[in-house]
Design a protein around this ligand. Structure first.
Ligand code: TYD
Ligand code: MG
Length: 458
C-alpha cells in the first residue's frame, strides 16, 4: 500500500524543512516556528501543476536563442518602475512583502487603476477585503471611475479558471496567505499552501505571459508563513518598509531577475493614497539653515540613490547610576565602538555621560560611511557647539582612529554640491582631485584621523 501522506517539519518563517521537530530553526534562527505538515501525495496527472509539467520541452542550444526585447509596462509611478528595473515585465512574478497596514494593497490598487486606465486588462484578486472595502479605497485613490476587474475569491481553482477566461495582462493576488488549493489538506496560510499555490500561479504566469503580483504579509508569529518562504521562487522581491508613525514608505528591491537589486523608491502615504516623494535626497533634512548642537549631515547611498540625512546626538552628564547609551537608526554596538574610538583618540571622556543618538525621519542606516558624521555629532553635543552651516561628512572610522574612503565618493559629493553644501570632511584620496572635478563647487577638507576632527569643527 503506498503511503497517502508524508510528514515533514517546516519553518513558517523561512520555509526550510527538517526531518524532526525542533524548537529553533537553524536556517533563519527563529524560535518556535517549526511545525508539522502532512503533505498529501497527489495523484499523478490530476493537479494543474502536473498537467503543465507534462508539456514536453526540447533541449535547445543557448547560443541560437535570440531573446526578444522585453516590452515593459509602466505601473504609474516612475520611481516604482525604476525599482522594478524599468517597468512591469510580462510573465514576471513579483512578491510585495511588508508589515500589515504599511500600504501594500493601496500601492497595488494604484497600479491596477493605472494599468486599467492605460488599456491593460487587470484582475485584482482579493481574499482579504470585501467589495465594499475595495470600492471605498478606490474612491479615496480617485479611481472610482476606472473599471478595475475585482474578484473576491480565495480558492486557486476558480482563480485559475477566471484567469483562463479573462486572460489579463496583470494579476494581483492580495494576499498569497489567504489563497488555498483544494488539492492540499493543510490550512490556508501554511507553508505548504503558500508554496504550492505560488508554484501553480507561477506556472500559469510563465505560460500565459501574465505579470503576477503577490502580496505577502510579514508575520511575527509562526502560524502564517511569511513572504521569505517564497523569495527563492519569484523573479522579483520588493519589501515595503517604513514606520507607521511617519508618512514616508520605502519600497526596496531585495531580489530582481530583471534589474539591479538594492534600489529604493520613496513614497509618502497621504489621505489620497500613495504619492511619490519628488525631492527624495532632501526629504530627511529638517534643520538645514539653522545649525543645531549635536546635529551632523551625511549623504548615504540607498541602491543607486543618495539620501542626505541628519544625525542627532545628545551627550549629557550622568546624574544617576550607569551612563545610558540609547541608539535608534543604527546598531547600538556600533555606537559603543565609535564612542570608544572617540575617547581613545580625541581625548574626550564620555564614561560619565549619557548618550542618546537618533537618525531623523526614523531611517535605519547600516552603512559605514556615516561613522565620521556620528563622531562629529557626538563631539558637537559634548562641546555644546553647533557644526557650521553647509558642512557635511563622509568616511568610515577604523579602530586606529583612521578615516577611510567609502564607495561612490564622487556621487555623494555631487549630490551634496547640487544641494548647496559648501564643504565636506573626507578621508585622504589616493590621488589629488580623485573624487571631484575642478569645476565642482564644493571644498573638500581632508581628515586622515579622527584626532584632527575637533580642529576642523571648532
Ligand atoms: P493597506 O494598503 O491596507 O495596507 P496593507 O495592505 O499593507 O495591509 O494600507 C492601510 C493603511 O494605509 C491604513 O492604516 C490606512 C492608510 N491609508 C491612508 O493613510 N490613506 C489612504 O488613502 C489609504 C487608502 C490608506
Ligand atoms: Mg492589504
Amino acid at each position: 500500500m503506498p503511503k497517502k501522506t508524508k510528514t515533514i517539519y517546516m519553518c513558517s518563517n523561512c520555509g526550510e524543512d527538517f526531518p524532526k521537530w525542533q524548537g529553533h530553526c537553524q536556517h533563519c534562527g527563529q524560535w518556535d516556528t517549526i511545525s508539522e505538515f502532512k503533505q498529501p501525495r497527489l495523484k499523478q496527472g490530476t493537479s494543474r501543476v502536473s498537467q503543465l509539467q507534462s508539456d514536453s520541452q526540447e533541449i535547445v542550444d543557448l547560443s541560437s536563442c535570440k531573446p526578444s526585447a522585453i516590452s515593459r509596462n509602466s505601473c504609474g509611478f516612475p520611481e516604482v518602475d525604476r525599482v522594478l528595473g524599468g517597468g512591469i515585465v510580462p510573465g514576471s512574478l513579483v512578491l510585495v512583502g511588508g508589515n500589515p497596514g504599511i500600504g501594500k494593497s493601496t500601492l497595488l490598487l494604484h497600479i491596477a487603476g493605472f494599468a486599467t486606465a492605460n488599456n491593460l486588462s487587470v484582475l485584482y484578486v482579493s481574499g482579504e477585503e470585501s467589495l465594499e472595502q475595495l470600492s471605498l479605497r478606490s474612491k479615496r485613490l480617485g479611481l472610482s471611475k476606472v473599471p478595475i476587474n475585482v474578484f473576491t475569491e480565495t480558492a486557486t481553482e476558480p482563480i485559475l479558471n477566471t484567469i483562463d477566461t479573462l486572460k489579463p495582462s496583470i494579476v494581483i493576488i492580495d494576499s498569497i496567505q489567504t489563497i488555498f488549493s483544494e488539492e492540499l489538506e493543510s490550512a490556508p496560510g501554511s507553508v505548504s499552501q503558500v508554496r504550492d499555490c505560488t508554484a501553480i500561479l507561477m506556472k500559469y504566469a510563465k505560460h500565459s505571459q501574465t505579470a503576477l503580483f503577490l502580496i505577502g504579509h510579514v508575520t511575527k508569529d509562526g502560524a502564517i508563513a511569511g513572504p521569505r518562504v517564497l523569495e527563492h521562487m519569484v523573479d522579483t522581491v520588493l519589501y515595503f518598509e517604513g514606520d507607521s508613525s511617519y508618512q514616508y514608505r520605502i519600497l526596496r528591491t531585495v531580489k530582481n531577475r530583471f534589474g539591479p537589486s538594492g534600489e529604493i523608491a520613496l513614497l509618502a502615504m497621504s489621505d489620497r493614497g500613495l504619492e511619490e516623494v519628488k525631492n527624495a535626497s532632501e526629504f530627511f533634512l529638517m534643520h538645514r539653515d539653522t545649525p543645531q548642537v549635536g546635529t551632523a549631515i551625511v549623504p548615504i547611498l540607498e541602491g543607486s540613490r543618495i539620501l542626505v540625512v541628519e544625525l542627532q546626538s545628545l551627550v549629557n552628564p550622568t546624574h544617576f547610576g550607569l551612563p545610558q547609551r540609547v541608539a535608534s537608526g543604527i546598531n547600538p554596538k556600533k555606537l559603543s565602538l565609535l564612542i570608544a574610538v572617540l575617547e581613545r583618540y580625541t581625548g574626550v571622556s564620555l564614561g560619565d555621560h549619557d548618550i542618546f543618538f537618533n537618525i531623523t525621519g526614523g531611517l535605519t542606516v547600516s552603512e559605514p560611511a556615516i561613522d565620521v558624521s556620528i563622531a562629529a555629532a557626538l563631539l558637537s553635543s559634548f562641546r555644546n557647539t553647533p557644526i557650521r552651516n553647509g558642512l557635511a561628512f563622509i568616511g568610515e572610522l577604523g579602530l586606529g582612529g583612521e578615516i577611510r574612503p567609502v564607495n561612490n565618493m564622487t556621487l555623494r559629493l555631487k549630490e551634496l554640491e547640487g544641494m548647496g553644501f559648501k564643504e565636506c570632511v573626507v578621508p585622504r584620496p589616493k590621488k589629488q582631485n580623485d573624487w571631484i572635478s575642478p569645476h565642482m563647487n564644493i571644498q573638500l577638507i581632508t581628515c586622515e584621523n579622527i584626532k584632527y576632527l575637533g580642529d576642523i569643527l571648532f
